[in-house]
Design a protein around this ligand. Sequence first.
Ligand code: FEO
Length: 402
Amino acid sequence: MTEAFQAIKITDEVYWVGAIDWKLRSFHGYTTHRGTTYNAFLVLTDKITLVDTVKKAFMGEMMSRIASVIPPEKIDYIISNHAEMDHSGALPETIKAVNPEKVFASVKGQQALDAHFRMGDTVIPLKDGETLSLGNANIMCMETRLLHWPDSMFTYLDKGGVLFTQDAFGMHLATSERFTDEVDSYLVEYEAATYYANILMPYSKLVKRQLDKLKGRNLEINYIVPDHGPIFRNNLDRILDCYERWSAQEPSMKAVLAYDTMWGSTEMMAKAIADGMVQGGLSVKMFYMQDEHRSNVASALLEAGAFVVGAPTINGVIFPTIADVLTYIKGLRPQNLVGAAFGSYGWSGESIKHLEDDLKQMKIEMVTESLKCNYVPDNEMLVKCRTVGEKVASKLSELCGT
Ligand code: FEO
């Protein structure tokens, strides 16, 4: 029978049997305006193995793609590399439909799957470094805790040198192409960076450790196969180098300025500060939060050296759009940033104190006293704003050695 959805061959043994979600626009707080894919892989070795499943709503598409290659009930093993429901949502129903001989996950994965789906002993835990024989090939488990969840693991198929990396090296990008070299390279790097900033940035130290551990294993890797977006098969060093750079978060001559405004005063301050930063040699990205998604600020911060934030005071508290972005960024824990805070007020001006507290909690080094302006800035105040921008630039020049 012809299936509605077809599998796509990745190597002699590995087929992509995932699903394309063209209309996903939000992934737990991160805007995904280009949709995504949920990648699942069928490994045609002596023991036929399914690596990961898809979000529950896409199970029919995955099963159809599997059936385009083999009858699904021929699957012997299922390996779950990550328990988050965009990859495990279809797992319970897939197990029922396929009745595999064995289901595997990491030690933490077994616990997480049980906590999600009450799977009990259905799932067999694999230890870090443990190798599973698939008959004519082997697959090795590598724990990668917190990339993205505590349960996360990579698996390495020796035949063909295929590294299945679940969320790591992924991107939310729905495309008809299955390989990164078939997609515009700027778009690949942009979406991979956006994904890193919004999903993996809090775990950058662990990313570095896992990259070092991976290098130490001396595996022959020909394919990096994530659970979202296209697959890397050429020039693997490029994405590995990006991950080295993003996980290091070294200071750079780039600044991010996020602000909102009620009657234009905080905006006037923002523009004068930005001009000072530009004059000091910085590349500046301005985000007007009334009309900007918080995740775009996170993406810009990935390769920035400064985070400057402005908010008016409203009813004794920080302006809500700025409170939103600060809450989000605080959780992503960007590293090695300098910063400054500013804002206008009418009669009390509490927002500045809140901004300072939030930036300090993020361990952002404040390079100057915060600027607080009563009602509308005059020229003297705007010159002070410009000086704040110049001080930010000067500090970054010193840190970057430029
Ligand atoms: Fe793609 Fe952490 O889930």
